[in-house]
Design a protein around this ligand. Sequence first.
Ligand code: GDP
Ligand code: MG
Length: 202
Amino acid sequence: MEVSFVTSAPDPKQRPERVLPEFAFIGRSNCGKSSLINHVLGRRDLARTGGKPGRTRLMNYFLVDDRFYVVDLPGYGFAKVSKTQRAAWHQLFRRYLACQDRPLAVFQLLDARHKPSAGDREVAGWIADSGHPCALAITKIDKVGTNSRPARYHEIITTLGADPDTPFFPTSARVGTGRLEMLAWVEALLAANADPEETGGI
Ligand SMILES: Nc1nc2c(ncn2[C@@H]2O[C@H](COP(=O)(O)OP(=O)(O)O)[C@@H](O)[C@H]2O)c(=O)[nH]1
Ligand SMILES: [Mg+2]
């Protein structure tokens, strides 16, 4: 897999000019977003991990195999940000999701240890309203005992208010779970997108 960093855009208007399908990763600060992106793209240090939460307010674009972008969106839900910063973040994300001029799909990330927050539910609602295909990635499943996992996943999905048909992927960047399943979803959307007869692309 060939991956390169393209740009950090402060605003959807400053996205790369070249239009390709975009797979956006969105989740609360510290949910494991950077780690999961690195895991899925098979890179150790592409997206910076373990940084100060709430710091990244840029949309980071990565080009994968010259075919699609992975977009690392700013993490939300960090308590120590001002109302103004929070509002700016909301605006950025809603503007990004409102873009209908680019093929776009979203992975919403949820930490396996926590019940989804009000912020998670709000974001899930925005994604659903946008009409873009969405999948859930449950992160850090190594932190939850194997036997309790199914109940945790069920609780997360129902608390989130997600459509029960939403694809979801249990993942762990630490032990290396979920990569192939997530990439299979990406490939399926890319294939549907490439075939004009097919609906259900992005
Ligand atoms: N146990 C475990 N810890 C993880 C996993 N993924 C990330 N972390 C830890 O969670 C913290 C936040 O990770 P990071 O990827 O920076 O999260 P981000 O803020 O959402 O980008 C770091 O301390 C990571 O080491 C995982 O799959 N398992
Ligand atoms: Mg991060």
